[in-house]
Design a protein around this ligand. Structure first.
Ligand code: 4AD
Ligand code: MG
Length: 459
């Protein structure tokens, strides 16, 4: 008999004579003539209550139904006698599929996030991480829906690449060379590059995305990206997922419009489809979560240019750790001041000084700023980074020279400016940062199944 997911049993509108349930025991309570089991199968936050009567032939099995054990139950779905749930299952038979020894680490509730990070192989079985990863799955689906509904094509850009899109030199090398550095090649010669040139894990699919946008018009990527920046913060991971749309015939304003409606769409979708999980987060993780998400979903975002943002920060009278001046990068503390204190909502900052931005951004007519934009949100700071791209060949060449980039290495990128060049724009949304926004979870390590951060890759 096929098992039914617990979320469907709990939502049933009628009793069912024969059901099969498969899951893991959360708790067991023994009375004289029966035992109560709470079973969870990951399909929803709630457990299913199962009653095992002492008259059952395999009742002695109940002894082994400890917290953490895998179990299968056959029985009937009946209105619950107790309070707190509409339905329960009265067992006809039970089978212990896999026992859990007395050292099972998740016996009790209320473990710290740090403790759970140390058992990343078991933490998906906790209430919190079950909720996080159900929301993560749904958010991925909503992202595809958003773009597919708007006729954007999904493009798979490579993970191994020879180019440094962001020009920040924060790339992981891809090599077949043994860890000793040399070897296997006769007289201690350096090994040949497997791909004929140095290669790296990609920091962004943007450059390849531009290739496809200048053929298929509107595209998006959604895949893993890697950054070897040594920043041990709660918002940075060495491996994270990014969504990067790229639009041909699109200027900076259209790019900001899309980014803002994208973020709002994802917030709204989570509110509409993950209500139980959001209530859980609102109760145990962040008491202001649901009102904040409702406000983000309903209001348009504030827009201001970089110069105005700097003025506001200077006028704030706040003693920031990093002083602000025109030409400096906005730090997380500045971004959070703008979104949390000054505007109390998301803010899109655009037209940054060209010196602090990558080579591919389009120079504005003032000759000083580029058509860049960042979407900032409360609690996190930057969640989206994007720009209009430099589509004029001679300007691009000048940018590359200024950034010390070997133009010949990017001959294919420059070709796009020689054959049918067109104004085009795009942005990157950090998938984990978006998850932090919708769950209220404040550490990026807790919204990704297996966090990769400096010094840590156990699981
Ligand atoms: O601002 P970034 O570096 O922009 C790009 O990579 C562009 N090529 C995107 C584009 O225009 N197609 O990164 C984009 C977003 C950031 O706003 C942030 O949300 C996320 O990616 N991000 C990170 N998330 C987690 N850990 C890190 N180390 C991150 N670095 C960037
Ligand atoms: Mg950025």
């Amino acid at each position: 008999m096929q098992a039914t997911l617990i979320k469907y049993l709990l939502a049933s509108d009628a009793p069912v004579d024969e059901v099969c349930v498969q899951g893991w025991v959360r708790t067991r309570r023994d009375a004289k003539t029966f035992s109560f089991l709470e079973i969870n199968d990951g399909s929803c936050l709630e457990n299913l209550q199962v009653i095992v009567d002492a008259t059952l032939a395999d009742f002695e099995q109940v002894e082994k139904a400890n917290t953490g054990a895998a179990i299968q139950i056959l029985g009937k779905l009946a209105p619950s006698q107790g309070r707190g749930q509409a339905w329960e299952v009265v067992a006809r038979s039970l089978a212990i599929i896999g026992e859990a020894g007395p050292n099972y680490p998740l016996q009790k509730k209320g473990h710290s996030l740090e403790f759970l990070r140390g058992i990343a192989h078991l933490r998906p079985r906790s209430n919190l991480f079950g909720c996080v990863f159900r929301v993560r799955s749904r958010l991925a689906y909503a992202i595809h829906r958003f773009f597919q509904e708007r006729d954007f094509l999904y493009v798979h850009t490579p993970i191994i690449t020879a180019s440094d899109c962001e020009g920040a030199g924060e790339m992981f090398r891809v090599t077949t060379q043994p860890p000793t550095g040399r070897g296997g090649n006769g007289e201690g010669e350096p090994l040949k590059e497997f791909f004929g040139k140095p290669t790296y894990l990609t920091v962004s699919g943007q450059l390849e995305g531009e290739i496809f946008a200048t053929a298929l018009k509107n595209i998006y990527t959604f895949g893993p990206t890697f950054r070897a920046e040594n920043s041990n913060t709660s918002r940075h991971a060495s491996e994270f997922w990014m969504i990067e749309p790229e639009m041909a015939f699109c200027h900076l304003m259209g790019c900001m419009d899309l980014a803002e409606s994208f973020v709002r769409y994802l917030v709204r979708d989570t509110l509409e489809t993950c209500g139980t999980e959001l209530k859980f987060f609102n109760r145990f993780v962040d008491r202001g979560l649901i009102p904040r998400l409702e406000s983000i979903a309903s209001r348009s975002f504030t827009r201001l240019n970089y110069g105005e943002a700097v003025k506001l920060l200077l006028a704030s009278g706040k003693a920031f750790q990093y002083p602000v001046e025109f030409g400096s990068n906005l730090q997380a503390e500045h971004e959070r001041y703008l979104t949390e204190v000054h505007f109390e909502g998301p803010v899109t900052v655009y037209n940054y000084p060209r010196e602090i931005k990558p080579f591919y951004m389009r120079l504005n007519d003032d000759g000083k700023t580029v058509g860049a934009m960042d979407v900032l949100v409360p609690g996190i700071g930057e969640i989206v980074g994007g720009s209009q791209r430099e589509e004029r060949a001679e300007f691009l060449d000048r940018n590359m020279d200024r950034h010390g980039i070997e133009k010949e290495e990017y001959w294919w990128y420059r070709d796009l400016r020689l054959y049918g060049t067109v104004p085009h724009s795009g942005f990157g949304l950090g998938f984990e940062r978006m998850l932090m926004l919708v769950t209220g979870v404040s550490n990026i390590r807790d919204v990704i199944p297996f966090a990769r951060t400096p010094g840590s890759a156990e699981f």
